[in-house]
Design a protein around this ligand. Structure first.
Ligand SMILES: NC(=O)c1ccc[n+]([C@@H]2O[C@H](COP(=O)([O-])OP(=O)(O)OC[C@H]3O[C@@H](n4cnc5c(N)ncnc54)[C@H](O)[C@@H]3O)[C@@H](O)[C@H]2O)c1
Length: 252
C-alpha cells in the first residue's frame, strides 16, 4: 500500500528544489498535492511533468494571511481535508556584521520563514484530519550560530519554537509536528550562499562546507525528500516534537 494513498498534502516553496523533490515522492506514494509558491510561471515550469489530475498549483505569498487562507481553502476545496502540511518556503537574506545588517532584510526573512510557517499552521490546522502531519523545513542553521547570518539563523531557530508549541497543542488530535534540518544541499539556493561565503573568505565556499560535514559531501534534494516522506507518513507514527537532522553529521 502506498505511504500517502489519497492523502491531501500542501507543500509551500513548491516550485523550489526541496519542495519539488518532496512533491514527486509524495505523488509516487499516492498523494494529491497542492504546490504553493510566489510565481505561477515558476510553478507551471516546476510541475510540467507532474500528473495534472493530482496536482493543484497556487500562487501565494506565505507571509500574507489572506494568501494562507486562500491556498488552504483551494486545496481543501479540490482534494478534501488536509493530511500533510510541508511548510518549506524560504529565502536566505544576507550575511553582514550586526551593525550593518539591513533591518528590512531581517524583517523579510523572518516574515517568510516564521510568520509564513505560523500562518500556514493557523489556517491549515482547523482543516486537518486527526492523525495528520506538519513538517517545517528548518536547517542545520536552526541548531547553531554563525557570524553575520542574523536573519536566516534567527528564523530557523524560531521555527523550532513554533514546532514545539504546535506539537504539544495538537498531540490530542494525533497531529504530529516536526522540523527537518537539512545540511548543505547540492542546489541553487545553497550555491548562492556559498558564492557569497567564498567572496567573504577568499576561498571556495563549497569546499568550506564539505570540510565541516563528516560524510564529506552535500546532500541531494531526494535525500531530504525521503526524510520528509518519513515524517509525513505513518512510518513516523510515534515521532512528534522532534528536530530531525539530515545533514551528513554536520551538527555533531
Ligand atoms: N538548499 C539548502 O542547502 C538548504 C539547507 C537547509 C535548509 N534549507 C531550507 O529548505 C527550504 C527550501 O529551500 P530550497 O533549497 O528548496 O531553495 P529554493 O530557493 O529552491 O526553494 C525555496 C522556494 O520558496 C519560495 N518562496 C520564497 N519566499 C516565498 C514566499 N514568501 N511565499 C511563497 N514561496 C516563497 C521560493 O520562490 C522558492 O521556490 C527553505 O526553507 C530553506 O531555507 C535549504
Amino acid at each position: 500500500m502506498p505511504l500517502l494513498d489519497n492523502k491531501t498534502c500542501i507543500i509551500t516553496g513548491g516550485a523550489g528544489s526541496l519542495g519539488l523533490a518532496a512533491a514527486k515522492l509524495f505523488l509516487d506514494e499516492g498523494a494529491n498535492v497542492a504546490l504553493i509558491d510566489l510565481s505561477m510561471q515558476a510553478l507551471e515550469q516546476a510541475a510540467k511533468d507532474l500528473p495534472k489530475d493530482r496536482v493543484e498549483l497556487i500562487a501565494a505569498d506565505v507571509s500574507r494571511a489572506t494568501d494562507a487562507a486562500l491556498y488552504v481553502g483551494r486545496t481543501v476545496g479540490r482534494f478534501g481535508p488536509l493530511d500533510v502540511l510541508f511548510s518549506n518556503a524560504g529565502n536566505f537574506g544576507r550575511v553582514a556584521p550586526i551593525h550593518d545588517y539591513p533591518e528590512d532584510v531581517f524583517d523579510r526573512v523572518l516574515e517568510v520563514h516564521v510568520k509564513g510557517a505560523f500562518l500556514a499552521a493557523k489556517h491549515a490546522v482547523p482543516q486537518m484530519n486527526d492523525g495528520g502531519s506538519i513538517i517545517i523545513t528548518s536547517s542545520v542553521a536552526g541548531m547553531r550560530g554563525d557570524a553575520g547570518v542574523y536573519a536566516y539563523i534567527t528564523a530557523k531557530h524560531a521555527q523550532v519554537g513554533l514546532m514545539r508549541c504546535l506539537a504539544k497543542e495538537l498531540a490530542s488530535r494525533r497531529i504530529r509536528v516536526n522540523t527537518i534540518h537539512p545540511g548543505p544541499i547540492d542546489n541553487a539556493f545553497q550555491l548562492h550562499v556559498e558564492k557569497g561565503l567564498g567572496e567573504a573568505i577568499g576561498g571556495d565556499g563549497t569546499e568550506f562546507f564539505n570540510a565541516r560535514i563528516p560524510l564529506g559531501r552535500h546532500g541531494t534534494p531526494e535525500e531530504i525528500a525521503r526524510s520528509v516522506l518519513y515524517l509525513a507518513s505513518d512510518q513516523s507514527s510515534f515521532v512528534t516534537g522532534t528536530t530531525l537532522m539530515v545533514d551528513g553529521g554536520m551538527s555533531v
